[in-house]
Design a protein around this ligand. Structure first.
Ligand SMILES: Cc1cc2nc3c(=O)[nH]c(=O)nc-3n(C[C@H](O)[C@H](O)[C@H](O)COP(=O)(O)OP(=O)(O)OC[C@H]3O[C@@H](n4cnc5c(N)ncnc54)[C@H](O)[C@@H]3O)c2cc1C
Length: 474
């Protein structure tokens, strides 16, 4: 009988435990350490809470109950002191905090969302939508638009609070709706850890960008700066804009989503965002903005990426680079009894994101039971949650290169479709404004051996205008 210890109750840790318990061949016990208080939740759906679409209870992951499971609502502090045959490190990542000052919050956890909503709610009633959403419990996890399909509920999901937890596991963090307090709280992080730089030209730009962000105090007219023009920054901006909040989106790159989209696509997207009250400022390095600028924004939300949480592994002497170094099956390069899964792991060509975390978990659980690892799944596509902002839908599959083979742009509708071919075979695509073809493209790119369509260009028009519905990222 094998003893498994799992550290982390995010998507990856939860999926490892779920799969082990559901596998009839698993004959061991699991001790599961969670790093955050309350019930495990789907981090991907945090922006739904910002948009007021759901209550926190709707993004909870299914409760896992089993006599073989011991749930501890405390972090695993030391690998050396743990007693295991297999250890799964699923400690995720922590937000990158650039050296900015002022009223800043990094968006990474449910606690961060609470802080943001409380800050924005100072004189308004921003959680009204969520408060009305009392019937939505459970819907969010089945929302395929996020790229995370959670419809395969585990057979062991059951009532809360039934695990063998020593600290009252499975309790909901909020106890249901209403959700958040009506007055501003002091949870926002104040001064960031490093002092801002002193680039005066950039400081001038920052002043003009952020001038007037103080504004009136009513929530609907307050303005927020979001730092980071990647997927999380754009999603966050859209979530806030969908509640009528004006947003300044500051991005270090040359155009929004610059790691995923070409300049023309980025410009079209920025135009659609502007229509929704989101002003995009590119080539803006916030670390160079100095002196009294940031405090003039009501709130600065940091969406500047995440770095793998490697402290446990490093303290145990396991090989660590940017993340915990693992082989292609997810085993630590330093100890084959130990797996690292999800955002904390690093290996050659490992994709990032939630679907990759779930795939890591699938393979680690399989390896623990069977002793060998199945092949990794195809890299997941990028899909943004844009909360009904017209023209802001984005889907990216593969790594689009500048030398796109086929491209269509409709300036009037602000849509653009780019397809990259290797010979006749589609290898990458990017869609802005109309993502109706995403599902067909994702299938064609993930399975290049399937019969090619008569005209690859026809792929770009399949499902046109259908919107994001039904695309589940597979
Ligand atoms: C707002 C937001 C939106 C996102 N949207 C998307 C999206 O649309 N698509 C996508 O692909 N990705 C998205 N991501 C990224 C995605 O959430 C992550 O890739 C995914 O959650 C990684 O899961 P994980 O389990 O590896 O890590 P995490 O979800 O970070 O979970 C790790 C958990 O381990 C805990 N922990 C840390 N140390 C210990 C310890 N010593 N002992 C026990 N527990 C510990 C942490 O507290 C945390 O709860 C989003 C991220 C955020 C923040």
């Amino acid at each position: 009988m094998s003893r498994v210890v799992v550290a982390g109750a995010g998507l990856a840790g939860h999926e490892v435990v779920r799969r082990l318990l559901a596998d009839p061949a698993f004959d061991g016990t699991i001790t599961w350490h969670a790093g955050e208080p309350g019930h495990p939740y789907n981090r991907v759906l945090l922006t739904d809470l910002l948009a007021g679409r759901h209550a926190p209870s709707a993004i909870e992951l299914p409760t896992l109950t089993d006599p073989r499971l011991i749930y501890r609502n405390t972090q695993l502090r030391s690998i050396a002191k743990a007693d295991f045959d297999h250890l799964v490190i699923a400690t995720g990542a922590e937000a990158v905090i650039p050296p900015v000052r002022g009223n800043t919050v990094a968006l990474r956890t449910l606690a961060d969302v609470r802080t943001i909503l409380a800050e924005l709610n100072a004189d308004g009633n921003l959680d009204e939508t969520a408060r009305r959403d009392t019937r939505s419990r459970g819907e969010a996890n089945q929302d395929t638009g996020s790229g995370i399909a959670q419809t395969d509920r585990p057979p062991l999901a059951g009532a809360r609070g039934e695990t063998n937890g020593e600290t009252g596991s499975g309790a909901t963090p909020t106890g249901g709706v209403p959700l958040f307090g009506g007055r501003a709280r002091s949870g926002a992080r104040g001064e960031a850890t490093r002092e801002a730089g002193s680039g005066s030209g950039m400081a001038q730009l920052g002043r003009s960008v952020l001038a007037g962000l103080g504004g009136r105090r009513h929530a609907a007219t307050r303005r927020v700066a979001v730092v980071g023009g990647g997927p999380l920054g754009v999603e966050t901006a859209c979530a806030l804009a969908s509640r009528g909040i004006r947003v300044e989106l500051l991005h270090r790159g040359p155009h929004v989503l610059s790691r995923w989209l070409d300049a023309e696509s980025g410009a079209l997207l920025a135009g659609s965002l502007a229509q929704a009250g989101i002003t995009v400022h590119c080539d803006t390095d916030v670390s160079a903005i100095t002196g009294g600028i940031w405090p003039t924004a009501d709130l600065v939300i940091l969406a500047c990426g995440a770095q793998p949480r490697v402290g446990l592994a490093r303290a145990a002497g396991l090989p660590v680079g940017r993340g915990i170094l693992v082989d292609s099956s997810g085993r630590s390069l330093g100890d084959e009894r130990i797996f690292a899964v999800g955002d904390c792991a690093q290996s050659v060509d490992r994709p990032s994101g939630a679907l990759a975390a779930l795939d890591d978990a699938r393979r680690a659980a399989f390896s623990i039971v069977n002793g060998f690892s199945p092949l990794p799944a195809a890299p997941p596509p990028l899909r943004l949650r844009t909360y009904g902002i017209p023209g802001a839908d984005v889907a990216v599959m593969g790594r689009p290169r500048p030398e796109a083979s086929i491209q269509f742009t409709d300036q009037r509708r602000r849509t653009r479709k780019v397809l990259v071919l290797d010979g006749d075979v589609p290898v990458a695509a990017a869609l802005v404004g109309d993502v109706g073809a995403a599902a067909a493209l994702a299938r064609a790119i993930a399975r290049p051996t399937a019969p090619a369509p008569q005209s690859p260009a026809a792929l770009l028009t399949s499902g046109a205008g259908r919107g994001a519905g039904g695309f589940d990222g597979t």
